[in-house]
Design a binder for this molecule. Structure first.
Ligand code: C2E
Ligand code: MG
Ligand code: MG
Ligand code: MG
Length: 293
């Protein structure tokens, strides 16, 4: 421990810790302001089918532009928001915005497959999460079948005590799809995948990147893909950055892909343009007519 290492390192450690705590306190304060000032935005990143290039889905990702610091990555502020109990609130802002945008696409005949939103354990543990979700879908006019929840494995494992499993079954029974995010990085792994409870696996990007150069990654992705095919669950690979990675994923029989090689996460107007440009002709005409009316 720090004490054992002598006084010098102890005070060094305290200094580091104090700075870390100050930073976290400042960030927590700024997150509260960001919520009230409506600084949280939603970006969208498309997912496409590797067999025919059609759009299979689009993931909503939270974005925060801090008034002074500029863009702050989710990887920096989400852990702090989780620690101070603010993630459920941020999550609802994102989910509501994303669902309303997807409902607009749906009404305008713009194909987007399914909207995927990330949901953390703290969000799911809110007693009225399911009611909030159904209410939001209904108000926006988005059919539940057009929505998918991305959940990490550990949240599923944590279930029986917290009642999350029952809540997820209830949500899925209404038509909402469920998928395991960052698959392969948690503890649940292959033995916990139940095709009666899960619709899709998202292979974590650490196995996808450099797949063409890394034999272990190839083996892992092949094993996951074969398991999924056997169970009748679909697979999306996240974080494919290069043409070579796309080719390897295709050769391994992966169904869908998401990553910079297809599109970066985009603000909503850009995402709409991207979807329209990719959509079948019929949808484009509908949108054109809509804008002329
Ligand atoms: P995730 O759900 O696994 O999302 C995928 C992450 O990979 C996103 O990072 C995305 O921008 C990034 N990504 C996509 N394609 C590529 C690629 O080709 N290369 C690389 N290097 N990265 C790629 P992002 O947006 O920074 O989000 C990080 C994580 O924060 C997400 O990981 C998710 O766990 C969490 N998150 C983001 N938005 C939300 C939200 O609204 N609610 C909740 N609960 N969590 C969120
Ligand atoms: Mg995700
Ligand atoms: Mg992921
Ligand atoms: Mg991730």
């Amino acid at each position: 421990s720090a004490k054992k290492q002598g006084g010098g390192s102890f005070s060094f450690f305290s200094e580091e810790l104090r700075r870390e705590l100050d930073h976290r306190k400042q960030l927590e304060h700024d997150i509260r302001i960001a919520i009230s000032e409506k600084e949280f935005q939603v970006y969208f990143q498309p997912q496409v089918s590797l067999s025919n290039g059609s759009i299979s889905g689009i993931e909503a990702l939270v974005r925060w532009t801090h008034a002074e610091r500029g863009a702050i990555a989710p990887g920096e502020f989400i852990p702090v928001a989780e620690k101070c109990g603010l993630m459920p609130e941020i999550g609802r802002i994102v989910i509501a915005k994303a669902i309303h945008e997807a409902a607009d696409w749906n009404r305008d005949g713009i194909a987007f497959g399914r909207l995927a939103v990330n949901v953390s354990g703290s969000e799911l543990r809110e007693p009225d999460f399911d009611a909030f979700l159904f209410d939001t879908l209904q108000k926006a006019g988005l059919p539940p079948e057009k929505l998918s929840l991305e959940i990490v494995e550990s949240v599923i494992l944590d279930d029986e005590k917290t009642g999350i499993a029952a809540k997820l079954r209830h949500i899925r029974a209404a038509g909402v799809h469920l998928e395991l995010d960052d698959f392969g990085t948690g503890y649940a792994s292959l033995s916990h995948v139940n095709p009666n409870e899960i619709d899709r696996l998202k292979i974590d990007r650490r196995f996808v990147q450099k797949i063409n150069e890394n034999g272990d990654n190839t083996k892992i992705v092949r094993a996951i893909t074969e398991l999924a095919r056997g169970l009748g669950i679909s697979i999306v690979a996240e974080g494919a950055e290069t043409e070579a990675e796309l080719n390897s994923l295709m050769a391994l029989g992966c169904d869908q892909v998401q990553g910079y090689s297809i599109a970066f996460p985009m603000p909503q107007e850009k995402a709409r343009e991207w979807l329209v440009a990719r959509a079948p002709r019929k949808a484009k005409l509908t949108v054109l007519r809509g804008s002329l009316a």
